[in-house]
Design a protein around this ligand. Structure first.
Ligand code: GRF
Length: 189
């Protein structure tokens, strides 16, 4: 059994998809959710889904506390599912090629510091893109620069609002993210 820890800062719809998708898995266990935002919707989801959640602050995140929690829980893979802070070097070093992120655009477009959530969707609309999509990638110590694992795209219509773009992206995220991670964990045995 491989243990996954999910990091989230917001609503947690991707976290919920992972918990549901792997609920009956005999290979992947969603063991822990970690969150840096006491107002995040993912906190309620974790309670409802009965998955342990660790709430942490920036000081803990910068120390070895988080790596120790992950290692104490025998975590094998770290999945960022809407997590907004840059991953510190000590965590990247503790989980080489075992930290995966999802970004709501076709990286390298609309990536990097400050490009998250509605900022991404507004930029896609402002740039009059005709397509956008999602990127699943390995995480290194720079925002959104790790090796790309998977991308999926959708058409952007001139009439689309940033909210329309966000919705199209979430459909692809919920469809592909758990499946891609499952294949990855199986292939990296
Ligand atoms: C997703 O759009 C994801 O691409 C980005 O953050 C958002 C998280 O949404 N990294 P949710 O909290 O999983 O609903």
């Amino acid at each position: 059994m491989k243990n996954l820890a999910l990091f989230a800062s917001g609503s947690g719809s991707n976290v919920e998809r992972f918990v549901e998708y792997f609920r009956d898995s005999d290979f992947i266990n969603i063991k822990l959710i970690l969150c840096n935002n006491p107002q995040a919707g993912v906190i309620e989801r974790a309670k409802r889904l009965n998955v342990p959640l660790v709430l942490f602050d920036r000081a803990q995140f910068k120390s070895d506390a988080i790596v120790e929690i992950l290692q104490d829980n025998q975590i094998d893979w770290v999945i960022l599912a809407g997590f907004l802070w840059l991953i510190p070097q000590n965590l990247v070093a503790a989980y080489p090629n075992r930290i995966v992120n999802i970004h709501p655009a076709l990286l390298p477009k609309f990536g990097g510091k400050g490009m998250y959530g509605h900022f991404v969707h507004e930029a896609v609309v402002a740039n009059q893109e005709t397509e956008s999509g999602i990127t699943i990638h390995y995480v290194n110590e720079h925002y959104d620069e790790g090796t790309v694992i998977f991308q999926a795209s959708y058409p952007v219509l001139p009439s689309d609002s940033p909210e329309d773009v966000a919705k199209k992206g979430q459909v692809l995220e919920h469809k592909h993210f758990p499946e891609v991670v499952e294949q990855l964990v199986k292939s990296e045995q």
